[in-house]
Design a protein around this ligand. Structure first.
Ligand SMILES: Nc1ncnc2c1ncn2[C@@H]1O[C@H](COP(=O)(O)OP(=O)(O)OP(=O)(O)O)[C@@H](O)[C@H]1O
Ligand SMILES: O=P(O)(O)OC[C@@]1(O)O[C@H](CO)[C@@H](O)[C@@H]1O
Length: 310
């Protein structure tokens, strides 16, 4: 069983239009709404791949009710903790002429101390029943900067494993707690090491340093360039397959879905890494956020070559 936690869940709203005119009048071609926030996308991908997954986090207000209904419609069991605040809306404006998405993300509700305590209590019980956790996305207001670190401590103490996907200060604290895997993208990793941008060699060096400190898998996603992986045995790199790009939003979440599918079904590291990249690329080849399909993933996996750094 895999449990995917979204502390800052969202209604993901996608507007598609011909060509975005910033500062002008824009007429929308079509609009789509889905349950989102990074962890829910991970759960959607895992469900499409046929894995046993459930979802947790915080939900509140009428947006929260809508998210709960959308999650149910996808057949994902959920154990969200109700909160007094209103869950957020995240808007992606897809410019079909360039294939580029502009994201407008609300910061989300304020979580009270009581609500946070309920989450930690729930996790103490849950991590005795679930082996694998995805902890994904930004922290809503009110939570301490070390919120993910506190969660990872509980998960590790119960012998379960956490994959962490966040950024900024939450990632810095989270790393201290030694999750099983982390998945920053290039920019998030550069921010973390305090640099504007990083060469491949510097990414490898910094990634391997973290792996030596006890993070099982440091996965650095590089968008269309693929990904770089560091673990106890070395560093590996793979290019992403060429696809017809439709919407890259949520590709990092799909990557985590693939990684968790692989590890939870005892695939070796290289196969799990290939599955992760393929899942990211399949998502980017479709307009929906958190899209996956078993056969498409298997086909792309055959095209991916993982190379070890010397
Ligand atoms: N344009 C693309 N072409 C092919 N594959 C892609 C493309 N964009 C993303 N991917 C795949 O998805 C994976 C994750 O992408 P990326 O590094 O953009 O994640 P991210 O920035 O965390 O995304 P998000 O935050 O939107 O979920 C990549 O490693 C790659 O396999
Ligand atoms: O504010 P966060 O949690 O960092 O990101 C939220 C978000 O942009 O991430 C997903 C794509 O990865 C979307 O479903 C969602 O809208």
């Amino acid at each position: 069983m895999i449990t995917s936690i979204t502390l800052n869940a969202a209604i993901d709203q996608i507007y598609r239009l011909d060509c975005l005119a910033v500062g002008g009048v824009n007429r929308i071609m079509d609009m789509h709404q889905d349950a989102g926030g990074k962890g829910l996308n991970v759960a959607k991908v895992l469900t499409s791949l046929g894995a046993e997954v459930d979802a947790g986090g915080f939900l509140g207000g009428s947006n929260g009710e809508k998210i709960r209904r959308l999650v149910k419609e996808k057949g994902i069991p959920e154990q969200f903790i109700p909160i007094a605040g209103e869950s957020r809306v995240c808007l992606t404006v897809m410019d079909t002429s360039t294939g580029k998405g502009t994201e407008l993300l609300e910061s989300g509700p304020v979580i009270s101390e009581e609500e946070w305590k309920s989450m930690l209590e729930w996790l103490r019980v849950k991590s005795n029943q679930t082996k694998w956790f995805a902890l994904s996305g930004s922290l809503p207001k009110g939570l301490p900067d070390d919120a993910y670190a506190q969660m990872i401590d509980i998960i590790n103490a119960n012998g379960a494993k956490a994959v962490l996907d966040t950024s900024g200060i939450a990632l810095r604290y989270g790393i201290e707690a030694k999750p099983f895997a982390i998945k920053p993208n290039e920019k998030e990793f550069a921010d973390m090491v305090g640099s504007e941008s990083l060469s491949t060699e510097r990414m490898r060096k910094e990634g391997c340093r973290l792996a030596e400190q006890g993070i099982g898998h440091v996965c650095l996603t590089l968008g269309e360039k693929g990904a770089l992986f560091c673990n106890q045995t070395g560093a590996f790199q793979a290019e992403a397959p060429l696809i017809d790009l439709k919407n890259p939003v949520g590709s990092g979440d799909a990557f985590i879905g693939g990684l968790l599918y692989g590890f939870s079904s005892f695939e070796d590291d290289v196969k799990a890494y290939k599955r992760a990249i393929a899942c990211g690329s399949v998502n980017a080849a479709h307009p929906e956020i958190g899209y996956s399909d078993w056969n498409e993933v298997e086909d792309l996996m055959k095209m991916i070559k993982i190379q070890e750094f010397n």
